[in-house]
Design a protein around this ligand. Structure first.
Ligand SMILES: Nc1ncnc2c1ncn2[C@@H]1O[C@H](COP(=O)(O)OP(=O)(O)OP(=O)(O)O)[C@@H](O)[C@H]1O
Length: 311
């Protein structure tokens, strides 16, 4: 897949006061993908999306959104983008319907009640359309932020930590809404420090740390490449030592001798030393086991390693 919808080149951002929040950021977002930008607090996620959305000026570099430079063709670029910000804004006395319809108007689009209705229904806000924002729960207010961002039918949606502080149910709902949008061809970029969010949602993951993109990778490839797996076998009879025929770096025996732990990452399989080879060896050595389980290292392990390495 190579059909970029956003191209970011050589982006630097130094805030007034001299803090450098972004350093040489190059990044391409593909049309139709869900891209998760993952990074610890203060890594530069919000700064990066604010620059792409034209809300913060870069110190250097440029951003092209579907062919439009986001500075020289600001209006065209901005019209393609919906942004769900982190913070709730305060239009307490307005109704849901008016707030969302007004947002559409801000982009110079003519009214389209059918579209607003569709958006509110997809976010389970239809029943609340005549409610003033102040009468909504926190979760509903967040849905209104998404509805506002979708009001002008953007082709690209940025979600800045969409599920920070929301309950599990709302998180699931939001993920479903996001997947539905992607199925309709909307490109999604979400920032998060919840690793499970990236793991669950994203096609590709970028990791940002201290203003630098330290990695961009397909999620599956990332987990494959960096994630190791562990197979644990519970033995019938404990062993005091590993038989010489079985000795290899990847295999170890627990202190009580009851468990064999095999750590592997795909390379062993390629070299003909994978799990099936191991099981054959065990059988030959007369070692029986009564149970086994596997564990895959999560994106969290990978992420912690990456951020640790670079700091
Ligand atoms: N207006 C500003 N002036 C000066 N420094 C700023 C400004 N906005 C952000 N920063 C600094 O830039 C760095 C990156 O902030 P940013 O909000 O982009 O991080 P983030 O990755 O979104 O963090 P979080 O996960 O906490 O939201 C931080 O050190 C922050 O203090």
């Amino acid at each position: 897949m190579n059909d970029p919808i956003i191209t970011i080149e050589g982006l630097n951002k130094t805030y007034e006061g001299g803090f450098q929040a972004l350093t040489r950021v190059d990044l391409t977002i593909q049309r139709g993908e869900i891209f998760a930008l993952l990074g610890p607090n203060g890594a530069g996620k919000t700064t990066l999306i604010s620059v792409v959305c034209g809300l913060v000026n870069p110190s250097q570099g440029h951003v092209v959104v579907d062919g439009y430079d986001n500075v020289s063709h600001y209006r065209q670029a901005r019209e393609l983008i919906g942004l769900v910000p982190q913070e709730l804004t305060n239009e307490a006395f307005e109704t849901v319907w008016n707030t969302v319809s007004f947002s559409r108007g801000l982009f110079g689009k003519s009214p389209n009640p059918a579209h607003i209705e569709k958006v509110l229904k997809s976010l389970a806000l239809w029943d609340k359309r005549n409610n003033r924002l102040m009468t909504l729960s926190g979760g509903m207010k967040r849905r209104v932020l998404i509805a506002k961002a979708l009001s002008h039918e953007p082709r690209i949606l940025f979600l800045d930590e969409p599920t920070a502080g929301v309950d599990v149910e709302l998180r699931r709902d939001m993920w479903n809404v996001v997947r539905g949008l992607r199925d309709n061809g909307v490109t999604i970029i979400l920032t998060t420090h919840y690793i499970e969010e990236a793991e669950e949602m994203a096609d590709r993951i970028g990791v940002i740390n201290r203003g630098e993109i330290v990695l961009v990778e397909e999620k599956a490839a990332l987990m494959n490449k960096l994630g190791s797996k562990q197979l644990t076998l519970q033995l019938h009879t404990p062993l005091t030592v590993l038989p010489a025929a079985l000795e290899q770096d990847e295999l170890s025996l627990t202190a009580d001798g009851y468990e064999l732990v095999y750590t592997y990452d795909g390379r062993q399989e390629e070299e003909g030393r994978g799990i099936s080879a191991l099981l054959t060896q065990l059988e030959k050595a007369g070692i029986g086991f009564k149970d086994l389980h596997t564990r895959q290292s999560s994106l969290e392990d990978i992420f912690v390693d990456l951020v640790k390495e670079r700091s």
